[in-house]
Structure formats: structure tokens, C-alpha cells
Design a protein around this ligand. Structure first.
Ligand code: DGL
Length: 271
């Protein structure tokens, strides 16, 4: 048994999709969340910049005595996971492998779509993992760079004409490919899953990166005997690198709890 907290990070709000799943799947665990809201979006950055940011994010989280880290960010997972794992002496879980395993299990017609950030699509990491798991699965990719800034600005509701127009632009070509499974390869995208689902229709299964990584973490904690005491209720602390108010407002909406005055600001450049 190990009651130390788990660190979770993303460029901003996206990792909350993993937090929501972690709180459902592992309610006894304590979480420390960091959203790098001062430097979001990550998805348009170079590999070098992403690694620099990710190292700082990990260094901040490791100022706490953690037992594991979840990279709740597709972009960091596709570009920096192996380096971060090699540099740190604690288990680090990314989103690519668990998400691809799920997609390969779910698809019937072996046509899988992937929407993600530019950096993730450029990396080819999702396609490489799917090819390793099942070489007969075809993957169709689409980078959706406008989704993250729109989600960060709170444009996440059905009926919002801006997000719906952008989503149709990205997703209609994907729909024409005849996919039956769509990977939401950026952890921000599940925040607009209802809008994506409306456009793709009921025959397309959505697979969310954040959720699958929570299941992967649970397996890993069990295998390494790192689970917290199952009789307790875990807590979550939230840190961001820019204004706390915007984060709290959207995070409260998404997690369906009142997070006013719950987040704290960190100067990430110090790490
Ligand atoms: N939510 C992150 C991802 O999963 C980062 C998005 C961004 O900052 O561009 O890729």
C-alpha cells in the first residue's frame, strides 16, 4: 500500500479528462494536477520546446513526493515519453499505448480515425503503435489545431456556433473515410466529445486518450503494489501557470464540482 500522490499534467485543461477518469476509477488516490496554462497550446511547438516544457512540468510535480506520473497530454506522450521515463526513477504513464490498444479492440471494420494536435500527428506515434498491435488496421489522421484554443476559451457547449463550425470542417472529411472508431488523441478533445459525437454519428465509437490512461495507471499501480488504502477518499490539488480564475471556471463545469479558490498559481519557469 502506498498513499503518496500521483502527479498528472497537461498544457492546460485537457488533462482534466484524465483527472475525471482517475477519480472515478481510483477514488482513493490523491492527485496533484498541473496545467501549463501560461504556455498552452503545446501542439504547435517543436520537439525541443516540448521536451523543455515537459521536463519543467515533471520537475515541478516532483517537488512533491510522488509515486507515479500520468502524462495526461497526447502531445507530450507522443514526443517525450521515453526520454522522461529514462530520466525519472518513478513510473510514468503516457496516453498513446492504452488509447491505441483500446481502439484496436473496438474497431470492427479496421478503419480508425485519429484526431490530435499537429505535433502528435507529425510524430506518427499513434499510427506506429496501431501498426504494431494490428497491421491490418488503417489509420486516417487529421490535425485539429483550433480545438485547443477554443476549448481553453470555454467554447465547449453544444450550440456554440464557433466550435461547431470548426468541428464540422475538421470532421466531415474524416467521416467520409468510413471509419468506425475515432481516437480523440488530444486530451482536450473529450471536453467537446458531445459535439464530436453529434457530427460523427452513433456508428462511430469515440476513444478518449485521458480515460484509457487512467485504466493503464490502475493496472500498473496494482502490478507494482502501489495502490492507496481503498477505504479512504482521495483528494486533488490543482496548479496552473497562469490566471487561476479561468481555469477554475471551466474545470468546475467539466468536473461538476465547485473549484472556486481551489487552484494555485506556479511560476513554472523556476523549475
Ligand atoms: N492536451 C494536450 C494533448 O493531449 C495538449 C494540447 C495543446 O496544448 O496543444 O495533446
Amino acid at each position: 500500500m502506498d498513499n503518496r500522490p500521483i502527479g498528472v499534467f497537461d498544457s492546460g485543461l485537457g488533462g482534466l479528462t484524465a483527472v475525471r477518469s482517475l477519480r472515478q476509477i481510483l477514488p482513493e488516490e490523491n492527485l496533484i494536477y498541473f496545467g501549463d496554462t501560461a504556455r498552452v497550446p503545446y501542439g504547435s511547438r517543436s520537439r525541443e520546446t516540448l521536451l523543455k516544457y515537459a521536463r519543467q512540468d515533471v520537475r515541478f510535480l516532483r517537488s512533491y513526493d510522488l509515486k507515479a506520473i500520468v502524462i495526461a497530454c497526447g502531445t507530450v506522450s507522443t514526443t517525450s515519453l521515453s526520454t522522461l521515463q529514462a530520466e525519472n526513477d518513478l513510473p510514468i504513464v503516457g496516453v498513446v499505448e492504452p488509447t491505441c490498444s483500446r481502439a484496436v479492440k473496438v474497431t470492427n471494420n479496421k478503419k480508425v480515425g485519429l484526431i490530435a494536435t499537429l505535433a502528435s500527428v507529425r510524430s506518427g506515434a499513434y499510427e506506429a503503435k496501431i501498426a504494431e498491435l494490428d497491421k491490418d488496421v488503417s489509420v486516417f489522421t487529421e490535425a485539429c489545431p483550433l480545438f485547443v484554443p477554443l476549448v481553453e476559451s470555454g467554447r465547449i457547449r453544444r450550440g456554440d456556433v464557433v466550435i461547431e463550425t470548426v468541428a464540422r470542417e475538421y470532421l466531415e472529411p474524416m467521416k467520409e473515410r468510413g471509419i468506425d472508431t475515432l481516437i480523440l488523441g488530444c486530451t482536450h478533445y473529450p471536453l467537446i466529445a458531445p459535439i464530436i459525437g453529434d457530427i460523427m454519428g452513433p456508428d462511430v465509437t469515440l476513444v478518449s486518450a485521458g480515460e484509457e490512461s487512467a485504466f493503464e495507471l490502475k493496472r500498473m499501480l496494482k502490478a507494482q503494489d502501489l495502490r492507496a488504502d481503498e477505504n479512504r477518499q482521495g483528494d486533488a490539488d490543482f496548479y496552473v501557470s497562469d490566471r487561476v480564475e479561468d481555469f477554475e471556471r471551466i474545470a468546475s463545469l467539466f468536473l461538476q464540482e465547485d473549484l472556486r479558490h481551489a487552484a494555485r498559481r506556479v511560476d513554472i519557469e523556476k523549475y
